[in-house]
Design a protein around this ligand. Structure first.
Ligand code: ADE
Ligand code: ZN
Length: 322
């Protein structure tokens, strides 16, 4: 299969932070339109700054970049730009993460961000036939009280808009912020009948993956690549068929592996783990989901037929009803 055919294979993207789709051009445009001073004065200067060696070095620029998102309309525009791009890459379903706590300091409450994104999701269905779900994520570098307040806001919004979100995730700085810190708030998420996903085993140890399963009830693990350090955990993930949402270029660019050729995906597949291929933060990392699939073929030697199976499985691993 040529890479252009790989782009056309119907697939779900299950690990995408909408704030991570903010392209430098849109960042500068929104800064100008919103009357904000910006640290960088050109697209080239922004791209030049995107040299990450760790998750934190990326997060610092990611949180800074998203400050140009000021009005609900900015979020709608951002999400529509994402849908337009991935429609051309075979994405027929997307589960979109967003970080409500990161927008609160700019006066954006949960409902205004979530409703703006939902509007874009509905428009994407009409324009491109793409289905989508929203999954806000708690920022793990903040305390659990802040997560509880965010959940309160979400539940309040859902009283008026019952299908506004599909679940909650956990993201941001992993090391030193284990899943166990958020056990009580995720109990409330589950009690509300919402899905649970969590970033774990990206930079953090394999034990954080176990904690995400045992303390949070995570149904999918985002990244999870470090499970390979714990054979017992790998056996459990295989037995329980827990999906891992893998983001190859992200792991490479944020220091999880030295080269794409060294990426653990072939070993995860050999171990019998259930995986999907995703982009994470494509505007910062330089690769959308289609390019991630392409690299799995060209740089890791994963066969076309296996990539087709993975694409099909991504749809099965989604929370899409029916
Ligand atoms: N937020 C956005 N991208 C992230 C990543 N790769 N890991 C943790 N938090 C994130
Ligand atoms: Zn992520």
């Amino acid at each position: 299969m040529s890479s252009s055919l790989l782009m056309k294979v119907p697939k779900a993207e299950l690990h995408i932070h909408i704030e991570g789709t903010l392209e430098p051009e849109m960042m500068l445009d929104l800064a100008r339109r919103n009357g904000l001073r910006h640290r960088f004065d050109s697209v080239e200067a922004i791209r030049k700054a995107y040299q990450f060696g760790s998750l934190q070095s990326f997060l610092d620029l990611y949180y800074e970049g998203m400050k140009v998102l000021v009005s609900p309309g900015d979020f709608r525009e951002l999400a529509l730009a994402y849908f337009a791009r991935v429609h051309a890459q075979g994405v027929v379903h997307a589960e979109i993460f967003f970080d409500p706590q990161a927008h609160a300091p700019r006066g954006l409450d949960f409902a205004s961000v979530a409703l703006a994104l939902k509007e874009a999701c509905e428009e994407a269905k009409v324009r491109w036939g793409i289905t989508s779900l929203l999954i806000p994520s708690f920022l793990r570098h903040l305390d659990e009280d802040s997560a509880h307040r965010t959940l309160d806001e979400a539940l309040e919004a859902m009283a008026l808009h019952p299908n506004l979100i599909a679940g909650f995730g956990l993201d941001s700085s992993e090391l030193g912020n284990p899943p166990s810190k958020f056990a009580r708030v995720f109990q409330r998420v589950r009690d509300a009948g919402l899905h649970v996903v969590a970033h774990a085993g990206e930079e953090g140890p394999a034990d954080y993956i176990r904690q995400a399963l045992d303390f949070l009830g995570a149904e999918r693990i985002d990244h999870g690549v470090r499970c390979l350090e714990d054979p017992e955990l790998v056996r459990r993930l295989v037995k329980e068929q827990i999906p891992l949402t893998i983001c190859p270029v992200s792991n490479w660019k944020l220091g999880g592996c030295k080269t794409l050729e060294d990426h653990p995906l072939p070993r995860l597949l050999d171990a019998g783990l259930r995986v999907s291929i995703n982009s994470d933060d494509p505007a910062y990392l330089g690769a959308y989901v289609g390019e991630n699939y392409g690299f799995c073929q060209s740089r890791m030697g994963i066969s076309e037929s296996l990539l087709q199976v993975i694409a099909k499985q991504s749809l099965a691993d989604s929370f899409r009803p029916g």
